[in-house]
Write a protein that binds this ligand. Structure first.
Ligand SMILES: C[S@@+](CC[C@H](N)C(=O)[O-])C[C@H]1O[C@@H](n2cnc3c(N)ncnc32)[C@H](O)[C@@H]1O
Length: 179
């Protein structure tokens, strides 16, 4: 079975077009930010959020090495601020929940803030746009958060991908119908 992060990239790649605006709600080590920056091309723009300066430094370095930094704006802010920073019409929003790999495992995404940010993100999608959420039920707090995300997505017609095993990470996808 494919990793949920790879499944998320496939979902986004199917939708994102050169020139689009995309959002990385949890920049972390910058893998998703770099992926989005590659897909939107030189005419597109990526807006990325993280609350940890270490995460943004890692993302900045990865973007620099890939020659993609010029099309990305990084904000050391919670994704709760998304609607203040990004206008509607976004092609894709990616969330990769939990903690920063290699960082402080106590600094995790929190259920109520995640749900509020998901609601904002869904409202920013353009027609045909996609929102992906990789959930990590295996750590303390992650199980409750993952269940809340599943409930939120199911209430909006989203898709919950199967888990490889109990406690394994999994992908949730919300697609905005084409107008
Ligand atoms: C699993 S990592 C993300 C991995 C990243 N997408 C990548 O490709 O490397 C989760 C990140 O979410 C960040 N985070 C936690 N709460 C946040 C919030 N309220 N707003 C934005 N980022 C947050 C953490 O600091 C951490 O870096």
């Amino acid at each position: 079975m494919k990793r949920p992060t790879a499944q998320a990239h496939e979902e986004v790649a199917a939708v994102l077009r050169p020139g689009d605006v995309a959002v990385d709600a949890t920049a972390g080590n910058g893998h998703d930010t770099c992926f989005l920056a590659g897909r939107v091309g030189p005419a597109g723009r990526v807006v990325a959020f993280d609350i940890q300066p270490e995460a943004l430094a890692a993302t900045r370095q990865r973007l620099g090495e890939a020659g993609l930094a010029d099309r990305v704006e990084l904000f050391e802010e919670s994704h709760a601020a998304m609607a203040r920073r990004v206008a509607p019409g976004v092609g894709a929003v990616m969330f990769n929940l939990g903690y920063l790999p290699g960082g402080d495992h106590g600094l995790i995404t929190r259920t109520q803030e995640t749900l509020a940010a998901l609601e904002s993100a869904a409202g920013l999608l353009r027609s045909g746009g996609v929102l992906t959420v990789v959930c990590y039920p295996g750590h303390s707090g992650g199980d409750e958060e993952a269940a809340a995300v599943v409930g939120w997505a199911r209430g909006r017609g989203g898709e919950v991908f199967p888990q490889a095993r109990d406690g394994a990470p999994f992908l949730v996808v919300l697609r905005r119908a084409c107008a």
